[in-house]
Design a protein around this ligand. Structure first.
Ligand SMILES: C[S@@+](CC[C@H](N)C(=O)[O-])C[C@H]1O[C@@H](n2cnc3c(N)ncnc32)[C@H](O)[C@@H]1O
Length: 221
């Protein structure tokens, strides 16, 4: 069960995206934890005027970029303060829609046919794949892309893991569950749920002291 209180706490600790990136753009797509790094929206392979869903859109930076490309950009998130920040900054963009919803519940209730589904350090990381993957697959048009990114698994720590969201010194941290697998395990899980062209790979960290890359998982319905 997704933990709204924990994500609300996280929301208050995390500022939104910068207003301009290194190349002077006001919207952009970032799959990684590093600024100005990695591939962009081309991973989604979108035809003009596609219908795109983001799972766990948070403050909406990537979703906004998809809307500015001329697509219908639907974002869902379980955290009201995350969505409020997204609405305040991006709510007027044509084609952008925000829903306060849990990912699997939304996918099972909607009758939208989606051209692509994506998630960046979002609900695809924090939802049991056995529940999420069939729900995504059922809503994607044949050939539609499902892509998500997050930190790679720590060697030996696979399956459901605990993520801690710190609070004040007098309070215990809040805990959310995430699901970590090696790239080959993600590919097998996706194939088991009927996805094709599955590919999971590591985007290397940019040059500098930090070494942890980003896992990018891609598949087609
Ligand atoms: C680490 S944040 C990332 C937000 C955003 N994708 C970004 O890149 O800034 C994770 C987000 O996923 C949302 N989330 C976690 N589990 C979810 C679920 N099961 N359904 C919907 N949203 C969820 C949280 O509320 C939070 O906004």
């Amino acid at each position: 069960m997704a933990d709204t209180a924990a994500w609300n706490t996280y929301s208050h600790q995390n500022p939104g995206r910068r207003h301009v990136n290194a190349s002077g753009a006001t919207t952009w797509f970032n799959w990684t934890q590093y600024a100005d790094h990695g591939p962009g929206a081309e991973i989604l392979d979108l035809a003009p005027a596609s219908v795109v869903l983001e799972l766990g859109c948070g403050k909406g930076g990537n979703l906004a970029h998809v809307a500015t490309l001329g697509h219908r950009a639907i974002g869902l998130d379980i955290s009201p303060p995350q969505l409020a920040a997204a609405a305040e900054r991006w709510g007027e963009l044509p084609g952008l829609e925000l829903h306060n919803a849990e990912a699997v519940a939304y996918l099972e209730e909607t009758d939208e046919k989606l051209d692509a589904v994506f998630s960046v350090f979002g609900a695809a990381w924090f939802t049991a794949p056995e529940a999420l993957l069939p729900a995504v697959r059922a809503r994607l048009r044949p050939g539609g892309v499902f892509a998500f990114s997050h930190r790679p698994a720590i060697e030996g720590c696979y399956g459901c893991q605990a993520s801690y969201i710190n609070r004040s010194e007098d309070e215990d941290p809040l805990v959310v569950k995430r699901w970590d697998y090696e790239p080959e395990a993600w590919e097998a899980l996706l194939a088991k749920h009927g996805f094709t062209s599955t590919a999971a790979s590591l985007i290397a960290a940019p040059p500098g002291p930090r070494k942890m890359g980003t896992l990018l998982v891609e598949a087609r319905a």
